[in-house]
Write a protein that binds this ligand. Structure first.
Ligand code: CA
Ligand code: CA
Ligand code: CA
Ligand code: CA
Length: 341
């Protein structure tokens, strides 16, 4: 529990003022939630959505338990698989990825147990660990994947402010190709495969982006800073793209410090569009202090015709429940910030 949360609890009881005040924001509800992870306290961290192209309603949410391993959940929130793969922090995946003469669906996760990037394949809805390769710097923290013009990429962020780009050389191996250095602790990131552009979250400062070309990353420029148009309150945490076309769509960022989500234009100067919270519903509790998130625009059956936003929930209810992931109908996000046509 953060100081701010304690302060808010005392303020409610004693009616004294606590800073900073939380801005009122459009609030939506989650449609589903996953089973809690097995580990207590801070454990769930980052989800990644896998699309079952043959039967979209059978798509999976991969979610890390950063003390224990990897879950695969159905869209109903039930556990399909658990892989005890170590302290996996962030995860991302690419489908129909080509690595040498291998083609398939591959996921990568930052693993603090053995200081590796651990790799998994997803074949007809079954997740399997294929192998791992060493992190170039101790304690791989954040992670996102990309489809570069030169292959399948894994970007790993570090508490030192370093970011290392790796290229996969096999479904169980990778090698460093590039580095960037920002000022302070990094975590969330997302790569725009179409624009060849990497978005990076610097937890205390904001969101930056860097172009990728010919095996190297260009200098990072700011998308938004703490206290900027998007109202980001540190930590800046997970981020993802919701794609509506080859270049169009949205960038969604977790503003952990005020339990909100900021949405930006995917293109151009990444204009800030709006932000929202996920509040308590009749059956499912609201979302607080989100770490990782993922979004996908693929239709996932009648319940989610425009896809989903999946977010980690830092304070799952009922009281004492372990953390989990909340599943939000994208149409609720559209309505909250005025995206619907
Ligand atoms: Ca973090
Ligand atoms: Ca995190
Ligand atoms: Ca909650
Ligand atoms: Ca709950």
């Amino acid at each position: 529990m953060t100081a701010i949360r304690l302060c808010a609890a005392f303020a409610a009881a004693l009616t004294f003022a606590c800073a900073p005040p939380r801005a009122p924001l459009p609030t939506i509800e989650a449609a589903r939630e996953t089973s809690p992870v097995a580990s207590p306290e801070d454990a769930a961290d980052d989800p990644a959505i896998w699309i079952d192209r043959a039967a979209p309603e059978n798509s999976l949410i991969l979610g890390t338990d950063k003390q224990a391993g990897l879950y695969a959940y159905g869209l109903d929130g039930g556990v399909r698989q658990f892989l005890p793969a170590g302290a996996l922090n962030n995860i991302d995946l690419r489908q129909d990825a080509a690595i040498g003469d291998w083609t398939g669906d591959i996921a990568a996760a930052s693993n603090r147990t053995d200081n590796t990037i651990t790799l998994f394949t997803i074949d007809r809805g079954v997740v399997a660990r294929t192998g791992a390769f060493a992190s170039a710097i101790v304690e791989p923290y954040g992670l996102c994947m990309g489809r570069g013009e030169d292959g399948v990429l894994v970007f790993v962020t570090y508490k030192t402010g370093d970011l290392v780009a790796y290229r996969l050389t096999a479904p169980d191996a990778g090698a460093e190709i590039a580095r960037l250095k920002l000022k302070s602790q990094l975590e969330g990131c997302v790569f725009d495969d179409d624009a060849q552009l990497l978005f990076i979250g610097e937890e205390g400062r904001g969101v930056f982006k860097a172009p990728y070309a010919d095996g190297s990353l260009g200098p990072p420029v700011a998308v938004d800073r703490r206290g900027g148009p998007g109202g980001l309150v540190p930590d800046v945490e997970g981020m993802s793209l919701y794609k509506t076309g080859d270049r169009s769509g949205y960038l969604i960022v977790s503003s952990q410090g005020d339990d909100s989500f900021a949405v930006y234009d995917r293109e151009g100067d990444n204009r800030f569009i709006g932000r929202f919270r996920i509040g308590d519903g009749a059956a499912i509790d609201g979302v607080e202090e989100t770490d990782g998130l993922d979004a996908h625009s693929a239709p996932l059956g009648p319940e989610f015709p425009k896809g989903v936003l999946v977010v980690q929930d830092g304070f799952n209810l009922p009281e004492g429940a372990a953390q989990n992931y909340k599943i939000v109908d994208w149409r609720a996000v559209e309505a909250a910030i005025g995206l619907a046509e």
